[in-house]
Design a protein. Structure first.
Length: 313
C-alpha cells in the first residue's frame, strides 16, 4: 500500500482564475501524502481541459514543464463534465483514482481519509457533504427534492454526494464496461457494487471564478439522470392513461344519462377547463416520451464520449 500510485483527476472548463491556486494546493497535498508514505512518488494530478475558451490549457502546459505531478489531457471541444471525468479516468494508469472539481470547494483534506479507507479494503469511497449551507435556498431544496425523486424512481444515489470520490483500478475498469452514452456517474458508480463507504466534509465557497452549473445545466443534468436510469415515468404514463380513460368513461356515462333525463348540460367554462387540463396532460406525456426517444437517439448513433486532442505526460 505504501507504493499506491494515485491519480487525482480534475476536469477543467474555463478555470484560469482558480487553476494556479488549485495546482499549488493539490501539489502540496501530494508532497504531504508521499512524505507520509501513503502514496507513491509517481502519483499525479491529471487536468482534463474540457474545451475551455480561456487560458486554462496554457496554464496546464506551463505547469507540466515545472511541476512533476501535473499531467494534462486536452479534449478537442467541450463535451461536458461527466465526459471529461471519464476521459481522465480511462486514459490514466494508476492503482486508485480520485475525482474532484477544479474549484476545490470539496475539502481536499479528506483525501487522506479516502486513501486510508482504500487501504482498509474499500474500492469506492464517496465524499459526502455534512450540510449544504454554502448553497442558495433554491439550490439546496431542489437538490433535496431531486434525491427524493430519484429514490422514488428506484435509482440508487448517495445523497449529498457529487463527483468527489475515490475509485480503485478495478472499479474504473468495471465502469468502462458500461457502454451507454448517457452516463450519469452518480448512479453508475453504485451499480459497480464493490465494497464502498463514505467520508464526510464541509463544502467551502468558491474562491474565484463562477459556477459551471447554472440552472439550465442543472435541469438538463437531472433529466439525463432520470431518463438514463429509470423507466418509471413511462410506466406512470401508462397508469395515468388508464385512470384518465376510466374517468372519461364515467364522464361519458354521466353525459348520456343526463341527456336521456332531459337535463340541461351547461358550463362552457368547466368544459374548456377539462379540455385544457387533458391537453396539458397529453403534451406533458409527449414530452416525457420525447426525453426517452432523445436518449435512444444518442445511443444508437454510438458516437465517442470524447475526443482527445493533446496529452501531456
Amino acid at each position: 500500500m505504501k507504493n499506491l500510485n494515485l491519480a487525482i483527476v480534475i476536469p477543467c472548463y474555463n478555470e484560469e482564475e482558480i487553476l494556479p491556486q488549485t495546482i499549488k494546493k493539490l501539489s502540496k497535498l501530494l508532497d504531504t501524502l508521499i512524505s507520509e508514505k501513503l502514496i507513491s512518488p509517481s502519483s499525479k494530478l491529471v487536468f482534463v481541459n474540457d474545451g475551455s475558451k480561456d487560458k486554462t490549457w496554457d496554464i496546464i502546459e506551463k505547469n507540466n514543464k515545472t511541476n512533476q505531478y501535473v499531467k494534462g489531457i486536452c479534449l478537442s471541444r467541450n463535451f461536458g463534465h461527466q465526459e471529461a471525468l471519464l476521459a481522465g479516468l480511462y486514459n490514466t494508469k494508476a492503482d486508485a483514482y480520485i475525482t474532484i472539481d477544479a474549484d476545490l470547494q470539496d475539502d481536499i483534506n479528506v483525501i487522506k481519509d479516502m486513501i486510508e479507507k482504500y487501504q482498509e479494503g474499500y474500492e469506492v469511497v464517496y465524499g459526502v457533504r455534512n450540510k449544504r449551507d454554502t448553497d442558495t435556498f433554491f439550490k439546496r431544496n431542489t437538490a433535496l427534492w431531486f434525491y427524493k425523486l430519484m429514490k422514488m424512481l428506484g435509482v440508487e444515489l448517495v445523497a449529498n454526494h457529487a463527483d468527489f470520490r475515490l475509485l480503485s483500478k478495478r472499479a474504473v475498469e468495471t465502469m468502462s464496461s458500461f457502454k451507454e452514452k448517457n452516463l450519469f456517474l452518480r448512479a453508475v458508480v453504485p451499480l459497480v457494487g464493490y465494497k464502498s463507504t463514505n467520508v464526510y466534509y464541509d463544502r467551502k465557497k468558491r474562491d474565484a471564478g463562477i459556477t459551471k452549473y447554472p440552472l439550465k445545466k442543472m435541469v438538463l443534468f437531472a433529466l439525463k439522470g432520470i431518463s438514463s436510469f429509470s423507466a418509471f415515468p413511462l410506466h406512470l404514463i401508462t397508469l395515468s392513461g388508464i385512470l384518465i380513460s376510466i374517468f372519461s368513461f364515467i364522464l361519458m356515462l354521466w353525459t348520456v344519462i343526463a341527456y336521456f333525463n332531459n337535463s340541461t348540460i351547461v358550463g362552457w367554462a368547466s368544459l374548456m377547463s377539462v379540455i385544457s387540463f387533458f391537453s396539458g396532460i397529453t403534451i406533458l406525456f409527449m414530452g416525457i416520451i420525447g426525453e426517452y426517444i432523445a436518449s435512444i437517439f444518442v445511443e444508437v448513433k454510438n458516437r465517442p464520449l470524447y475526443i482527445i486532442d493533446k496529452t501531456l505526460e
